[in-house]
Design a protein around this ligand. Structure first.
Ligand SMILES: Cc1cc2nc3c(=O)[nH]c(=O)nc-3n(C[C@H](O)[C@H](O)[C@H](O)COP(=O)(O)OP(=O)(O)OC[C@H]3O[C@@H](n4cnc5c(N)ncnc54)[C@H](O)[C@@H]3O)c2cc1C
Length: 811
């Protein structure tokens, strides 16, 4: 074994081998993989080997498409067979809602360039005669689905990596990790220590244990998973003889099963409701090439429905049952990327679909390590999307929920109940008493909307406009016509101070910094000039700044800040987390309300738009920003958590005769749509530049230097490829949700990022990206947006429908 390497990959499952191969492909060949036992001896060896492109996140779907396309390349390079069967797959809908879901998936596949088609039940039966047609209302065919040999594929990755210079050490467990003062890692193994510049945790079933070696508890848990393999089936033999090819894969959502051909029989796997975690706390080190005890009782309800839906399966003998563990994160997507606070320590674990995702994970991680950036949008699988609230028991509850819902529809207005409430503010019970329907915002209970007296505070889940519609409307009108109060504790808040703070922020942010007691809005770019953040910054002293940003991205942003902070200790970074909480008041009467809560002058002359003040509000020491995402007159009031209740009660009492109403996140997001304001994670993501996103006015090109400046200048010169635009949509009973295709002249030209109903302006609105050259096409109905399979007329609106001159914010 070497004594030094650039990268030590821990774990020789399909993911570790893919990471190793991709590192060599990206040009780093001084890389090693250290495996406890043999390659594939974690969850990889007993996988069913299926692959598919479908994923709830389009960017992960793209990476799955990349993975599936890679296998031919691997076979070509190595001569090692991956055992590919590209048979295509059917997704079978048993209800109209499921068919709506498939129509949306099909629509999204169009702009992802995937080959899917919608079928009637009889067309589906033509392709898969095992189906009992009467149980289904339709299907979607995904041509890219197939299956492979897990062992052969893992070895193909490993061989390709070795051919490029990587070394693989087998039968050699990593027992501990320690960081040297020069930032490199000592990887201690049974056969000695290897010093590595980077370590990648590809520990699969042991990812938690490898994480614990560096003092972190990763949100990952293994679940037992069963599939059975049938004896040869005459129906399968007959089909193969007649058609000359294999049966397609199938997913039956109702039965919660997946199926595919295996030799002359079938494989049938289940994601049963009564699912069981495996080794919830510690994975035994001596677990190896062994299986778990099958429990057919547990999957009996799925089999019962499956046997009705596919009668031939009921008559087939069962050759063997496989029960093996594999890992999941709370939302089911992988945990990939550098770990905040541990430079040089990377993760590529919780990959639940190694043969759909392993290639994309390897590609993303290798680019990230070699170039400092994954090269595309990997937010949905970034390890930084979880915070300290994702404890082991939280993870356990969420993973079980996710597993048992693997084949369930997640409606856009559906909040999942497991492990909630996890974090609450001091106003939780008050908000519930006021009729709040709560949602989860980065582990924090946050009011979504308020049910008036007599209305049950509960969402009716649907793809269409739902029961919250009139109530969210009332909240929006209440804000626009008088004043509303909402909780904003979920925002991310930071303090950046010290003699180096100004220089640090100047280099990171695109906008100039504010004067003392003023605010600025500013994007943050990566070196490629893509958007990686969007902040409000206040300056309270020459060397002290407060900053607000997206709640979900706080670990992601802290990781970026820490990577770029000066080594001389001249900058202090502090993330408040729930140590600073807030309420926002917004609407034309919000100043009157604020004036009743303080003896300071809050007139427009004394407290202007984009001012920041430290004030006593309702007896509480508070920081107040004159800004609101509603696009109206408004204020964000920030206090320590122990004051939040006092502040709220003060606002309630003072606002009684001003028409004060509660409003929730859904109203806030609707109100911002009326102003064409973008939102982080939907419109602002690392795949767009500032010109494309229409946030150029927050980029100060007069600043001599900031990260991404050159790339942003180049984008400005070229105009960028895409443009964010807002549309009025000719919608009837359903608004856009995000990810719908945008059509122009009979072709898909773009995609929707977010949208909904603008209640005050009384229009259905959408935002999305289209080619820049089409953004000037203001012709009425020049575009169409596909909502649940139907193309709806859409017209670009170049100016916000509400208060286009921005007078309300400044009044
Ligand atoms: C029954 C079943 C069916 C499945 N079907 C499919 C399917 O059809 N399609 C699909 O895509 N996926 C399927 N999967 C999931 C798939 O198996 C996983 O996504 C994949 O194996 C994950 O690979 P990995 O490399 O992350 O983890 P693992 O395969 O668990 O590999 C981790 C490796 O790390 C090594 N290791 C851990 N700690 C150390 C250490 N300290 N030192 C050295 N080495 C260490 C282990 O020995 C192991 O070899 C299935 C899983 C099961 C159980």
């Amino acid at each position: 074994m070497k004594t030094h390497t650039r990268v030590a990959v821990i774990g020789g499952g399909v993911v570790g081998c893919s990471v190793l191969y991709h590192l060599t492909k990206a040009g780093w060949t001084d890389v090693v993989l250290i495996e406890r036992d043999q390659l594939t001896s974690g969850s990889t060896w007993h996988a069913a080997g299926g692959f598919h492109t479908l994923n709830g996140d389009p960017n992960v779907a793209k990476l799955q498409g990349y993975t599936i396309g890679l296998y031919d390349e691997l076979e070509r390079i190595t001569g090692q067979s991956c055992g590919l069967h590209r048979s295509g797959g059917l997704l079978l809908a048993d209800t109209p809602e499921r068919m709506q879901w498939l129509k949306m998936a099909h629509a999204r596949a169009r702009y992802l360039g995937l080959e899917t088609s919608l079928l009637t039940p009889s067309e589906a039966k033509q392709l898969l005669p095992l189906i009992e047609e009467k149980y289904f209302v339709g299907a979607m065919l995904d041509a890219a689905d197939g299956n492979l040999d897990p062992y052969g594929t893992t070895h193909a990755y490993a061989k390709a990596a070795r051919m490029a210079g990587a070394e693989i050490y087998l039968k050699n467990p990593v027992t501990s990790l320690s960081r040297r003062s020069n930032g490199t890692w000592d990887v201690v193994t049974n056969e000695g220590t290897i010093n590595a510049e980077h370590v990648v945790n590809c520990g699969g079933l042991w990812a938690r244990e490898v994480g614990r070696m560096v003092g972190i508890e990763l949100p990952v848990l293994a679940m037992e998973h069963m599939y059975l393999v049938t004896d040869d089936m005459p129906e399968v033999i007959e089909f193969n003889r007649e058609r000359g090819h294999e049966l397609p894969h199938a997913i039956d959502f109702k039965a919660e099963i997946y199926m595919r051909q295996e030799r002359k029989g079938m494989v049938l796997g289940t994601y049963e409701k009564a699912c069981v975690p495996w080794s919830p706390k510690n994975t035994p080190w001596d677990f190896g090439a062994q299986l778990l005890e099958p429990d057919l009782e547990r999957i009996a309800p799925s089999l019962e429905i499956g046997y009705q839906h596919f009668p031939a399966m009921a008559n087939a003998g069962i050759r063997r049952v496989v029960n093996g563990p594999f890992t999941f994160s709370p939302d089911g997507n992988p945990l990939v990327g550098p770990v905040q606070g541990l430079p040089g320590f990377w993760c590529a674990c919780a990959v639940m679909a190694g043969f759909s995702q392993g290639g994309g994970v390897g590609l993303a991680l290798s680019q990230w390590m070699v170039n400092g950036d994954p090269g595309f949008d990997v937010w949905a699988m970034d390890v930084a999307r979880y915070g300290g609230w994702s404890t082991r028991s939280y993870t356990n509850e969420k993973v079980r929920e996710n597993y048992s819902r693997r084949f369930s529809i997640r409606f856009p207005n559906e909040e999942l109940p497991a492990a909630r409430p996890q974090q609450t503010t001091a106003l939780y019970d008050v908000m519930l008493a006021a009729g709040a329907v709560m949602g989860d915002s980065w582990g924090l209970e946050t009011p979504l909307w308020f049910a008036p007296p007599g209305v049950e505070p509960k969402d009716v889940v649907s793809f269409l406009r739902s029961n919250d519609f009139p109530h969210v409307k009332a909240e929006c009108l209440g804000v626009r016509n008088a004043v509303g109060v909402t909780e904003i504790a979920n925002f991310a808040k930071y303090e950046i101070s010290g003699p180096g703070a100004e220089g640090f922020l100047t280099r990171l942010m695109t906008n100039r910094l504010p004067k003392i007691r003023r605010l600025v809005l500013t994007p943050m770019l990566n070196p490629a000039g893509k958007l990686i953040g969007d902040f409000t910054i206040a300056r309270t002293a020459p060397d002290r700044f407060l900053m607000w940003g997206s709640s979900q991205a706080q670990v992601y942003h802290m990781r970026w800040f820490q990577t770029h902070e000066p080594a001389d200790g001249s900058v202090r970074l502090h993330r408040f987390d729930m140590g600073l909480v807030g309420l926002s008041i917004a609407g034309p009467r919000s100043r009157e309300l604020l004036a009743r809560l303080t003896d300071e002058d809050v007139s427009n002359a004394a407290f202007k738009f984009m001012d920041h003040r430290s004030l006593d509000i309702a007896n509480c020491p508070a920081m107040v920003n004159r800004v609101t995402y509603t696009g109206d007159l408004g204020y964000e009031i920030w206090v320590a958590p122990e004051y939040q209740r006092r502040l709220y009660e003060g606002i309630r009492a003072a606002g009684k005769d001003l028409g004060l109403i509660h409003f929730g996140m859904r109203a806030l997001l609707s109100l911002r749509l009326e102003k064409n304001f973008p939102t982080w994670y939907r419109e602002l993501r690392p795949i767009y530049g500032p010109i494309e996103a229409g946030v150029e006015r927050f980029v100060d090109f007069n600043k001599p230097d900031f990260i991404g400046r050159d790339a942003a200048l180049a984008e400005k010169a070229s105009g960028g490829k895409l443009r964010r635009v807002s549309f009025i949509v000719d919608a009837v009973d359903a608004d856009v949700l995000g990810d719908e295709p945008i059509w122009h002249d009979g072709k898909v030209v773009g995609w929707v990022t977010s949208g909904g109903y603008g209640h005050f302006v009384d229009e259905s609105l959408a935002q999305g990206y289209i080619p820049a050259e089409l953004a000037g096409n203001l012709r009425d109905g020049a575009f169409e947006i596909e909502i649940i399979g139907e193309r709806r007329k859409a017209s670009i609106i170049s100016e916000p429908l509400f208060d286009r001159a921005g007078e309300r914010m400044r009044m």
